[in-house]
Design a protein around this ligand. Structure first.
Ligand code: PSU
Ligand code: MN
Length: 306
């Protein structure tokens, strides 16, 4: 891919050049996953957490058709506040560039862009997956994870999804799932899903070692590092059951589908839980940014030492 197509912020480019830790952040969570004003506050907090941990944040988005890796504060604000920000998945990238769109990138398109900018560690909240229902609706996040060698730090897949089917999909497509200080796949707002991870890791260095080996083996899939939300912010799954069922049936009644579905379900649950799921979502995003910074550090050290 021609380098001119990527717009990498000077600070990010310098960090890549000198092998310093960088943490990639996505922008769909800012534009479509969280309500205002929590969205802009969270976007800024995530960048600050990464900086405080000694790494460089690289939030990804498409601005006026440019694939941007590392945003200015004005660009963050635009994504958080403009009324017509698009949700851009991988399939939309050529159209967005050709037609000069401004939009937020999902886990799928962020991973696609970040890998082409030679970045290795990406933090988000919850990945997309196989939706419930009979369509089937499978997030483009999953196939992108299967073909992009990058560490994705998340709290599992969003609880609105069919988690057992999502877990099976990852296994079939050879995406290694690491439990960070846990033995079970976290379930986004909840710490447990009853589903297994492939391996448990108790330190960033252990994750870095697995990723380094995956790269040495020239494997093409992502390493999915799943981190449970900190205990005091957890909303246990049984407490959410009725709110979740209501959100799902509202979506069906209103024919909400495609790229609208996930934002609709998250917003509905935040409203009906009196903001509880929103607080949890922010807490897990912050925690994941912290863990991703540590992993990014461990990967840089390992590369320097090699
Ligand atoms: N994590 C969050 N909130 C979000 C997302 C992740 O805590 O809103 C976004 C990610 O950008 C992910 C997207 O790629 O939700 C999934 O959307 P879909 O199911 O339409 O693929
Ligand atoms: Mn979908």
């Amino acid at each position: 891919m021609k380098r001119e197509l990527l717009h990498i912020a000077a600070e990010v480019a310098a960090a890549v050049e000198s092998n310093k830790p960088v943490v990639v952040l996505e922008s769909t969570v800012i534009a479509h996953g969280l309500p205002r004003p929590a969205n802009l506050e969270t976007a800024r907090r995530l960048e600050a957490i990464v900086r405080d941990s000694g790494a460089v944040p690289a939030t990804v988005a498409i601005i006026d058709g440019k694939l941007c890796v590392g945003l200015t504060d004005d660009q963050l604000r635009l994504l958080a506040e403009a009324p017509d920000v698009k949700k851009i998945s991988t399939r939309d990238i050529p159209v967005a560039v050709a037609q000069g769109w401004t939009g937020a990138t999902t886990v799928a398109s962020t991973a696609w862009i970040a890998h082409r900018a030679h970045l290795k560690v990406f933090a988000t909240g919850g990945i997309g997956g196989v939706h419930r229902g009979s369509l089937p609706d499978v997030s483009a996040d999953l196939p992108e994870l299967a073909r992009t060698p990058i560490v994705v730090v998340c709290s599992g897949a969003k609880i609105v999804l069919d988690l057992p089917a999502t877990r099976e999909w990852l296994e079939t497509h050879a995406v290694t799932v690491v439990g960070y200080e846990c033995d079970e796949l976290p379930a986004f707002y909840s710490r447990r899903s009853g589903l297994p991870v492939d391996v448990r890791a108790d330190s960033a260095a252990q994750v870095a070692e697995i990723f380094r080996t995956q790269q040495a083996l020239e494997m093409s899939s992502a390493l999915l590092v799943t981190v449970p939300v900190p205990e005091k912010f957890e909303v246990p799954a049984p407490q959410l059951q009725s709110v979740l069922e209501e959100a799902l049936s509202q979506a069906e009644q209103n024919n909400i589908a495609g790229r609208e579905l996930t934002p609709f379900l998250l917003a509905h649950m935040a409203q009906r839980s009196g903001g509880a799921t929103l607080r949890t979502n922010v807490a897990l995003l912050e925690n994941n940014a912290r863990v991703a910074s540590q992993i990014s550090f461990a990967i840089s050290c390992a590369t320097l030492g090699a």
